[in-house]
Design a protein. Structure first.
Length: 202
């Protein structure tokens, strides 16, 4: 039977090679073809599991959810991410998810959504330890979501950000073409990787 394997994220510690220091968040899940057809589109671009255990799956044309029994596209609702390429997604500490689309960043879950438009298409998301939502756009600019759902720029980030990841100490790391940058308190500390001459070619 043809199955679509969806592997959930694996949390790695600093000493990743020690067997006792890493473990999957959840077991691998197999979706038979009958369930697989519940996706709005067959190419998966992002995934996140919310506080209620619901697995959210972002495809190249809309969002689906899996509650352990049924895999189904998100029902149409105001501001719901039912169309477009969904390349990044994070589960939020206060519940629900944030997911990028060409229209901006959608926040919510189920039947309740709001959208925060961005000047350029959002590419990557991260939620810091204090609950601040960070976003990198397709131009590499970095933003945080402030009061009244307004994106605040971070000009201290001099290189283009390709991906974002939160750290336990409250900072956020941005991957760049030449290394990584630690962002905290309006300051950016860059770390360059030896031998990297630029972004890899396709």
């Amino acid at each position: 039977m043809v199955c679509l394997t969806v592997a959930l994220a694996v949390l790695l510690s600093d000493t990743v090679w020690a067997d006792e220091d890493w473990t999957p968040v959840r077991s691998f899940r197999l979706f038979p073809r009958s369930l697989w057809r519940g996706l709005p589109q067959s190419t998966v671009g992002s995934m996140a599991q919310d506080m209620n255990g619901v697995l959210w799956i972002g495809t190249f044309d809309g969002l689906a959810s899996f509650d352990g029994q049924a895999l189904a596209p998100v029902m149409p609702a105001p501001n719901a991410p039912i169309r477009g390429v969904l390349t990044s997604m994070v589960a939020l500490r206060q519940g629900g998810i944030a997911v990028t689309s060409p229209a901006g960043v959608h926040l919510g879950g189920g039947a309740s959504w709001r959208i925060v438009p961005s000047q350029r298409t959002a590419l990557a998301l991260a939620e810091a330890a204090d609950g601040t939502l960070w976003m990198a756009d397709v131009g590499g600019a970095v933003w945080t979501l402030g009061q009244n759902d307004a994106w605040q720029p971070h000009p201290e980030m001099s290189e283009k950000a390709l991906a974002l990841a939160p750290a336990p100490d409250g900072s956020v790391w941005a991957a760049t073409a030449t290394g990584a940058t630690r962002l905290e308190g309006g300051e950016a500390t860059g770390i360059r990787a030896a031998g990297l001459k630029g972004a890899p070619s396709a």
